[in-house]
Design a protein around this ligand. Structure first.
Ligand SMILES: C[S@@+](CC[C@H](N)C(=O)[O-])C[C@H]1O[C@@H](n2cnc3c(N)ncnc32)[C@H](O)[C@@H]1O
Length: 249
């Protein structure tokens, strides 16, 4: 990686992703990355496909796309590579080197991505980014504009009991004590926004058995648990969760 600072050692890096590097070595991230990989239902075979990872951080999903045979993968980030986030690009650089990866990278803010400056990709991953954006519809428009086939979105969802499209706003740090969290849509809002952006089919791929995971007793239990372990009514509500969506052109 010409022109970049020397690689840090694994112990020096503040990891987000838990990336398998071979021989049983996994980077010590705080994220349950392998479990999330199941949830986003990344196609097992990406042979011949081009893939864009928006908000890649340590690059776990980019490296998985490369492993699935993608012919080109571009990882992008800014907030956690050189912006105000607590992350750095050190983890990405370390894993890239350890995996002998050919994944490309570009330091660019999610909202600055356009077909003119990054091109268009068969598969676009927009994972864990939507709720960090002050203007989520604009963020989806960015992702849609560079997507030729499949847009994969992983996000916090809220208001999931409502059939009407809606979004919930989190003032200050009211979602998970993190003041970079702003908005969470419900399923109808996600489907509506993505349809309006020209996607022909939008499906929830996680949770698969949403009738069980999001059934009233399970939500009631997790809400009560959230009230006890959290701080006040914004901390966790009965209608919150995380979901993954696939949107097809
Ligand atoms: C929760 S991490 C998700 C990382 C990875 N895509 C994943 O799903 O594991 C959020 C990502 O969104 C990026 N991001 C983009 N814009 C952001 C913003 N305004 N605030 C916080 N994070 C932002 C961060 O840099 C970070 O890589």
């Amino acid at each position: 990686m010409a022109g970049e600072a020397p690689l840090k050692s694994m112990d020096e890096i503040k990891w987000f992703h838990s990336i398998p590097l071979g021989d049983g070595v996994v980077t010590p991230g705080i994220d349950a990355s392998m479990a999330k990989l199941e949830q986003i239902c990344l196609p097992k075979d990406l042979s011949g496909k081009t893939v864009l990872d928006i908000g890649a951080w340590d690059g776990f999903f980019s490296f998985q796309a490369e492993k699935a045979g993608a012919k080109r993968v571009l990882s992008t980030d800014h907030f956690c590579w050189s912006g105000p986030g607590w992350g750095t690009k050190d983890g990405f650089n370390f894993a890239h080197n350890a995996l002998n990866s050919k994944v490309e990278s570009l330091d660019i803010d999610a909202m600055d991505i356009t077909p003119e400056n990054v091109g268009k990709f068969d598969v676009v991953m927009f994972l864990g980014v939507l709720y960090h954006l002050q203007d989520p519809m604009a963020g989806l428009r960015v992702a849609a504009a560079v997507c030729n086939e499949l847009l994969i979105i992983e996000t916090v969802v809220d208001d999931i009991h409502r059939w009407k499209p809606s979004m919930v706003y989190y003032p200050k740090d009211s979602l998970n004590d993190d003041d970079t969290n702003y908005w969470a849509p419900n399923v109808a809002a996600m489907k509506g926004m993505l349809t309006d952006l020209g996607f022909k089919k939008v499906e929830v791929v996680y949770p698969k058995k949403s009738w069980l995971r999001y059934s009233f007793p399970v939500r009631l239990y997790s809400s009560i648990k959230g009230m006890i372990t959290g701080r006040g009514p914004f901390r966790q509500t009965i209608n919150q969760g995380r979901m993954s969506f696939h949107a097809y052109r």
